[in-house]
Ligand binder design. Structure first.
Ligand code: F6P
Length: 347
């Protein structure tokens, strides 16, 4: 059996740990042959991007950030004859099946490809933790730890200067990183894409906190948080309106907008910090290494069992499988009960 492995979308810590687990399990247990597909779906649309993936190549990569296979945000359904091209390249490269490791966009393509006749199984990755059907994506734990550590550091300088800090973390349509890092870091307010924000209320809440004796404030905001505006729908703050092949714009700058409003109305000394890709780079946490490894092992078992068109998913403490067409229907937004816990500390 020849199996192609690809990583698509934004990278995240743990991708290499999955690839290592897949190859070790598949080679030693079932004698499968693996092929690394370079640059995500793009690698299946051209020539020369597919090469054998051996145990030697994946040895000792579990702690490495990024992905040895490289990645891209390519959508074959946006290319002329894209899906046909993918099938052609698979046939030419003698690939019997694929293991697709990706987030919401990549998995959406995987669901369509499977419906179009490609044999594949999927593994959920993303720091955003917004993939429907799984309790956790790998990469998320590392990102939360990085963000929580950053918030801890910001807290001490905020306190030293009696300042208001607004820390912007990643999270386009789901505020999981903001919520968990904010709780872990003791944020005085957490703002998420799930709940549009009235800037006036944020300002009033900072004023109230300072009147009650608070000398500093640390607000955590997800980059996709929408700001309410008069006479229109709430909108996120966009850094670059140009859309990628999945229709995503580049978000960024909501922390600056919030800081601007607070500084203007209160005169408090305010700073905005955007953590950006620091959250996505670097070595995976031990939790993410273990989760990624478990996903990789199950992905090979799914191939073995012929469970195509499904995704490995963490449900409670067990790895189960869920249908990809269900995964592709929605994203997983934050748990309102967890937000209620965070709110206890907003004052
Ligand atoms: O991979 C998810 C993500 O990290 C989002 O949280 C963020 O909006 C986006 O990727 C950034 O993408 P890029 O690296 O293409 O700027």
């Amino acid at each position: 059996m020849n199996i192609g492995v690809l990583t698509g979308g934004g990278d995240c810590p743990g991708l290499n740990a999955v690839v290592r687990a897949i190859v070790h399990k598949g080679v030693f247990r079932y004698n499968y042959n693996f092929f690394g597909i370079r640059d995500g779906w793009r690698g299946l649309m051209g020539e020369g991007a597919i090469s054998p993936l051996t145990v030697n190549e994946v040895s000792n990569i579990h702690a490495l950030g990024g992905t040895i296979l490289k990645t891209s945000r390519t959508n074959p359904y946006k290319q002329p004859d894209g899906p046909a091209q993918v099938k052609k390249v698979m046939t030419k490269s003698k690939l019997d099946a694929l293991i697709v490791i990706g987030g919401v966009d990549t998995l959406g393509v995987a669901a369509k490809m499977h419906a179009d006749g490609v044999k594949l199984v999927a593994v959920p990755k993303t720091i955003d933790n917004n993939v429907w059907g799984t309790d956790r994506t790998f990469g998320f734990d590392t990102a939360v730890n990085v963000a929580a550590e950053a918030i801890d550091r910001i807290r001490t300088t905020a306190e030293a200067h009696n300042r208001v800090f607004v820390v912007e973390v990643m999270g386009r349509d789901a505020g999981w990183i903001a919520l968990e890092s904010g709780i872990a870091g003791g944020a005085t307010m957490i703002l998420l894409p799930e709940f549009p924000v009235d800037l006036e209320r944020v300002v009033q809440s900072v004023v109230g906190r300072h009147e009650r004796g608070g000398v500093f404030t640390v607000i955590v905001v997800a980059e996709g948080t929408k700001l309410k505006r008069e006479g229109g729908e709430p909108q996120p703050v966009v850094l670059d309106a140009q859309r990628d092949e999945f229709g995503n714009v580049r978000l960024g700058g909501v922390a600056d907008k919030i800081v601007e409003a607070i500084a203007k109305q209160t005169g408090f000394d305010c700073r905005a910090v955007r953590l950006g890709h620091i959250q996505r780079g670097g070595s995976p946490s031990a939790y993410d290494r273990v989760l990624a490894t478990r996903y990789g092992i199950v992905a090979v078992e799914m191939i073995r069992a012929g469970e195509f068109g499904r995704m490995a998913a963490l449900r409670g403490t067990k790895i189960e499988t869920v249908p990809l067409d269900e995964v592709a229907k929605s994203t997983k937004t934050v748990d309102p009960d967890l937000y209620e816990i965070a709110e206890v500390f907003f004052g």
